[in-house]
Design a protein around this ligand. Structure first.
Ligand code: SAM
Length: 674
């Protein structure tokens, strides 16, 4: 009994320790200090209080967000250059800097190139214009997904994000610098397949599974802007990695001939790496290579062209002319086609979001203030959004009255699905087209009145009806709601009228360089018959007409052909005629009827030339074939057919029509073998 009493009144050693800790906690409460027991259990115990405080501040600074990281969320530490942050984290970090009133980093407004600092807003305002909430949501979801993926790896190969290859058990390390201390990581050698080092444990490419981590040296930039390296001769595609970088990446997909991997860490950073200025870079699918300096982009694109020709034609030492770039590779797009959605916002009614689909999904990413679109285009999009919201015009997405396209059987889809805005850099005219599921838009008079008031530069408002669930923006039917359906724009000495559905090059500054390159390449003497295939509104044909005997254009969109015919008259080019039809159908018919063009210029969509069209070229044998292409792969494949059919390549001139994206335009001249 007494013993029992003693036991209950005399604290045990464990209880005493607990009591001391409790007392210390109580003492420290208010001062913010951690209990000594806790402090001493950490490495670095014994540091002075001021050191502890400094360490805590640095850690705080490194937090990309002011929001506390949710439990279970794993954060990769940011290096000084920020290169370990995912785009979503980078976005969040920048957002918190901006909210804190810090200047927007990297503004080189008015300077040539983005330089190594990237580019801030030319207008001196943040890009997102305060309308970044939706992008932030997407960024958060992206981070949550990353955290979820990190938790779902297989035991044995799983390593927490940030631990890199060293976190793998030795046997599972595919290319581990830890495998043989002091040795160069084998993966650094992996790009150039060399004899395997027998002292390094190796894992064959076939054994690699999703979730494994590998170290790869990036050899080049691929056609979609991804870094391309090799793991034991197998190609690895890694988004966000740059040529000559050594990166740690987590495999996300394995196929027989290639793997896809996610960039985890950069071991050796390229001097071409810059901070992408756009907050939604890496989330929105619009740009792919904002993280590469502009000179680096031009080099990468030249390599894309070289690689395509080498792969598809076998021409390994083809001479490619120096890329024609821009002095200021921003604000260049004269047109935006953005999907719209009405979203609920806590505490207020709803907001309208306009943007592009997130990479690999049907979620719209808000791209307000897009840095590659002309500021007038951005401004017009904001105004149209505001008016649609103010008048409560039904939208096809996220609008219960119209049915929701993202919810099955939620009713018919009715309402605006896309806003299309095109701005004339020379004419300063603005064309606005709303693409809807049906032509039945309510409050049309008010809509016209409000838009005219908000956008005095608007010269035409049209409605295009596209009821189909398709990736094509426009439907067949366009009606003018107000003003002139076609807008005016000029290039060089030429004036053009452009209907809403008609193609017009997106980058006017580069377009004049493109057309001049074609003119010089065609080297016309005034005697030639020229075919302008895939002619759009007749721009190339009309550019060449003064130097040719006759120009015939072919175009599939009827309104564009009408524009081209009007444009010929407008510019007094009476030796140019334009025809509606498919190039692969009309050219053979003309050839059959006896037409024998001296020069054919073809500027097809990304899919390239139709086989029937190519066969007709080989049959009619023009002296010169000028191939204008925005897709090096289809260009090179089609050139192979022409090379095999008796042509040779005279010149390849790449041109940067789409800075910050991986797209590249090329003018390739083929001549008949003598
Ligand atoms: C890349 S754009 C070039 C337009 C024009 N050359 C220019 O510089 O503005 C391609 C054009 O080909 C048209 N097109 C697409 N498929 C076609 C086909 N099978 N036959 C004729 N034209 C076609 C498109 O409507 C578009 O106007």
């Amino acid at each position: 009994m007494s013993e029992q009493k003693d036991k209950s009144t005399t604290p045990s050693r464990k209880e005493r320790k607990l009591q001391t800790a409790k007392e210390e906690k109580k003492k420290n409460r208010g001062s913010g200090k951690k209990p000594a027991a806790k402090r001493s259990s950490k490495p670095g115990a014994g540091k002075s209080e001021s050191n502890q405080g400094a360490a805590a501040r640095i850690a705080d600074k490194k937090k990309p967000s002011r929001r506390p990281a949710s439990s279970g969320e794993k954060r990769r530490p940011a290096t000084a250059g920020g290169e370990r942050l995912s785009p979503a984290e980078r976005y969040e970090q920048r957002q918190s800097e901006r909210t804190a009133g810090a200047p927007v980093t990297g503004s080189t407004s008015g300077k040539p190139y983005a330089g190594d600092k990237g580019r801030g807003p030319t207008s001196g305002q943040p890009y997102a214009g305060g309308k970044v909430k939706t992008a932030r949501e997407t960024a958060e979801r992206d981070r949550a997904r990353t955290a979820a993926n990190a938790g779902g790896r297989k035991p044995g190969t799983a390593v927490p994000a940030g631990t890199g290859v060293q976190g793998l058990p030795k046997a599972a390390r595919p290319h581990s610098e830890a495998a043989v201390p002091g040795k160069k990581p084998q993966a650094e050698l992996s790009g150039a397949p060399k004899r395997p080092d027998p002292t390094v444990p190796t894992v064959e490419a076939e054994q690699i599974k999703a979730g494994d981590r590998i170290v790869v040296t990036i050899k080049r930039i691929g056609i979609n802007g991804e870094g391309v390296g090799y793991y034991r001769r197998k190609a690895v595609f890694i988004d966000g990695a740059i040529t000559n970088e050594v990166v740690k990446a987590e495999v996300i997909e394995t196929q027989e001939k290639f793997m896809k991997a996610k960039l985890m860490e950069i071991e050796k950073k390229s001097p071409d790496r810059v901070e992408p200025p756009c907050p939604v870079f890496g989330i929105c699918g619009g740009c792919q290579i904002q993280h590469i300096s502009y000179p680096g982009q031009l080099r990468a694109k030249t390599e894309i062209v070289r690689e395509a020709f080498s792969r598809y034609t076998g021409l390994n030492d083809l001479k490619i002319k120096p890329m024609l770039g821009m002095d200021r590779p921003w604000d260049y797009r004269n047109k935006a086609q953005l999907q719209v959605e009405r979203r609920d916002v806590k505490g207020s009614k709803s907001e309208i979001v306009a943007g592009l689909y997130e990479i690999g999904s049907h979620e719209i990413v808000d791209i307000s203030g897009c840095p590659i679109q002309h500021p007038q285009v951005n401004r017009a999009i904001e105004r149209v959004k505001a008016v649609l919201g103010e008048l409560n015009i039904p939208l096809s997405k996220g609008d219960s009255r119209g049915g929701r396209s993202d919810i099955k059987d939620s009713g018919p889809r009715k309402g605006v699905r896309t806003i299309v805005v095109r701005y004339g850099f020379q004419s300063e005219q603005l064309q606005v087209t709303l693409v809807t599921e049906n032509a039945d838009i309510p409050r049309q008079e008010e809509l016209i009145e409000r838009l005219r008031l908000e956008l005095p530069e608007m010269t035409g408002l049209s409605l295009n009806v596209n009821p189909l669930k398709t990736s094509l923006i426009f439907g067949e039917r366009t009606t003018s709601l107000w003003g002139s359906e076609a807008m005016k724009e000029s290039l060089g000495d030429l004036e053009f009228e452009l209907s809403p559905r008609a193609f017009f090059q997106l980058n006017p500054e580069q377009t004049t360089k493109l057309y001049e390159t074609i003119r010089v390449a065609a080297a016309l003497t005034g005697k030639e018959t020229v075919v302008d295939a895939y002619c759009g509104t007749g721009t190339i044909g009309l550019w060449l007409a003064p130097y040719a005997a006759e120009v015939r254009g072919i175009e599939i969109i009827p309104e564009a052909v009408e524009d081209a015919t009007r444009n010929a008259a407008l510019n007094g080019r009476d030796n140019a005629q334009f025809f509606e039809g498919e190039a692969e159908d009309l050219l053979p018919r003309w050839a059959k009827a006896g037409l024998s063009p001296d020069v054919i210029v073809a500027d097809p969509p990304r899919t390239g030339l139709d086989r029937k069209f190519l066969e007709t070229v080989l049959r009619t044998k023009p002296q010169k074939f000028v191939y204008v292409s925005c897709n090096p792969s289809t260009l090179a494949k089609d050139c192979k057919v022409l090379l095999d059919g008796g042509y040779e390549i005279q010149s390849v001139q790449p041109l940067d029509m789409f800075p910050q994206t991986s797209h590249v335009e090329c003018v390739t001249v083929l001549v008949k073998n003598s």
